[in-house]
Ligand binder design. Structure first.
Ligand code: 5RP
Length: 225
């Protein structure tokens, strides 16, 4: 197994050990979370755990259900005990950028309704400052050209996300614009600006959201709390 994949797997397996019988678990999205789903499904099977999951994307819901993990609607969950999710970039203050997998709107809603949030990442994703990873912003399709033009004027270097020549549409029916910033000096200020823009549904700055970060290494894990 390639090193990064091994690191992701180590972080995922360590996070699966945090799950206790009876928990409602928020299930993030992405390749690292896929390892977590595998490890969780194994524990459920071997230890006969009664666990339900709240999903952050259709992809995760499909994968979890195919592994035998029961998924319930977020509005039917009295509480989400613990959410395990990935991240694209993490700084020294445990702030992060998420959204590489286009699921950050649902991920943010699930995180904000969770008692505890744990991120699982590989060692390449830690940087002193956020911004190397382009910042995803989810926007309403109507008037998206105007909003993108406005981002350009403000030197936010927006790129409408496309895949196979087609504009990416999120599970909630929106577009994604990636802001190619290289560094973000004032993440809270940028977050406030984006929150205030009509047509912006959500952005991928997750500030003060993670309670714990498990970083996979080639031989095990390190933790940030
Ligand atoms: C999806 C996300 C993912 O958590 C993030 O992209 C990390 O993905 P991976 O585990 O595949 O590196 O934010 O919206």
């Amino acid at each position: 197994m390639e090193n990064i994949s091994l690191e992701k797997k180590h972080a995922a397996v360590a996070a699966s050990q945090l799950i206790k019988n009876g928990m409602t678990v928020g299930l993030g999205t992405g390749s690292t979370v896929n390892y977590f789903l595998d490890a969780l499904a194994t524990r459920i099977r071997q230890e006969n755990l009664k666990i339900v999951g709240v999903t952050t994307s259709f992809k995760t819901a499909n994968r979890a259900e195919s592994l035998g993990i029961t998924i319930i609607d977020i509005d039917d969950a009295p509480a989400i005990d613990l959410t395990v999710d990935g991240a694209d970039e993490v700084d020294n203050r445990m702030n992060g950028i998420k959204g590489g997998g286009a699921a950050f709107l649902m991920e943010k809603i699930v995180a904000h309704n969770s008692n505890r949030v744990v991120w699982i990442i590989d060692s390449q994703k830690r940087h002193q400052q956020l911004g190397r990873f382009p910042l995803p912003v989810e926007i309403v399709p109507f008037g998206s050209g105007k909003l993108i033009a406005d981002f350009k004027k403000r030197h936010l270097h927006p790129v409408l996300r496309q895949q196979d020549g087609k504009t990416v549409v999120t599970d909630m029916g929106h577009f994604i614009v990636d802001l190619v910033l290289n560094r973000i000096d004032q993440p809270y200020q940028l977050g406030q600006y984006l929150d205030s823009r009509i047509g912006v549904v959500e952005h991928g700055l997750f500030l003060g959201v993670a309670d714990e970060i498990i970083i996979g290494t080639s031989s095990g894990v390190r933790q940030l709390k």
